[in-house]
Design a binder for this molecule. Structure first.
Ligand code: UGA
Length: 312
């Protein structure tokens, strides 16, 4: 029975990953520092099911300052999901937080893992490392040229993961997530904002003309990819994890209108700095080497996110 360390366990993806590991019969030590990026009450809700399990332990601590040696005791594998998320918020003074949470904390954790006999160290990277490109679908071997400060920090930590593999044999695997959605999605992300605004009779703000495209990935599919990487991801490698198709934001909102059975009041605003025009994952490497096969389509996934938001 493996014992996993999951960082960022109170977050959107972290809480889902930990639940899947517990359901498989594993033990999870979850850490989170409950940053104030969004309400603590939402993160506590994310944890409610986990806290009922005797195989789950929660440690409230900050990776930038905690004694990581004791955190890693008896841990077999690490799933590092803790981060300062958010593409558009990463400009200006807040960049310091991105450096601390995404680069410095990751380096500190990698240092602490050095020399331990870990089965895997899985790091959550992002499609934002690719930046603006016409070369679609995005392939792991393609150019990385982020257009947001956030993307710069996610790419820097990806490089660190590779360095710790090459120099210290740490079995790191980096996963580039493509715009994840579903129950527990962060409140700053598009679908959460659109559903919440529409339910309370407000218009939604669309950045730009809505013709930007995204490869939206349902959270259960991401969890599946993460668990596969924890089990048998080839050390030192980087993988895309995407839904495998892309839609324009306007099309996604049409789908959301059908799912909600409500008209969405669209208000078009200026484009935001740091946003890329298009994303689309080439999943073939993850498919061939991890057995990754996303299965939840946009309509079904949006229906599940809608049900969750209504239940809150
Ligand atoms: C998301 C996550 O927030 C990042 O943490 C993650 O690393 C990234 O995916 C990724 O895949 O790399 P993003 O694609 O911007 O970033 O996800 P959303 O916030 O859901 O935005 C999707 C699209 O909707 C973007 O084009 C954005 O500009 C647009 N949007 C968002 C709006 O038009 N209005 C809003 O109020 C919010």
């Amino acid at each position: 029975m493996a014992n996993y360390l999951v960082t960022g366990v109170a977050g959107f993806i972290g809480s889902h990953v930990a639940e899947r590991l517990i359901k498989r019969g594993n033990s999870v030590r979850g850490v989170d520092c409950f940053t104030n990026y969004y309400a603590r009450s939402l993160k506590e809700k994310n944890l409610s099911e986990l806290l009922e399990s005797p195989r789950f332990v929660l440690d409230e601590l900050d990776l930038s300052s905690a004694d990581l040696g004791s955190v890693l005791e008896e841990v077999d594998a690490v799933c590092h999901l803790a981060a300062q998320a958010g593409v558009r918020a990463s400009w200006g003074r807040s960049f310091e937080t991105y450096i601390d949470c995404n680069i410095a904390a990751t380096q500190r954790l990698l240092e602490a893992c050095k020399g331990r006999s870990l089965a895997r160290f899985v790091y959550a990277s992002s499609s934002s490392v690719y930046g603006e490109t016409d070369d679609l679908p995005m392939r792991e071997r393609g150019a990385t040229c982020p257009v947001s400060p956030y993307g710069v920090t996610k790419l820097a930590a990806e490089h660190l993961a590779v360095l710790y593999h090459r120099n210290y044999g740490l079995p790191t695997v980096s996963l580039r997530f493509f715009t994840v959605y579903g129950p527990r999605q962060r409140p700053d992300m598009a679908f959460n904002k659109f559903i919440s605004a529409t339910l309370s009779g407000r218009p939604v703000e669309i950045y730009g003309d809505g013709k930007q495209t995204r490869d939206f990935t349902f959270v259960d599919d991401i969890v599946d990819g993460v668990v596969r990487a924890l089990e048998n991801g080839p050390p030192g490698e980087v993988f895309n994890l995407g839904g495998g198709s892309r839609v324009t934001l306007n099309e996604a909102i049409d789908t959301l209108e059908r799912v909600m059975g409500m008209k969405i009041n669209r208000q078009y605003e200026t484009p935001q700095k740091g946003d890329v025009s298009n994303t689309l994952a080439d999943n073939s490497k993850a498919q061939n080497e991890l057995g990754f096969a996303p299965s939840v389509g946009l309509e079904e996934g949006l229906a599940r996110e809608f049900e969750w938001l209504k239940s809150l």
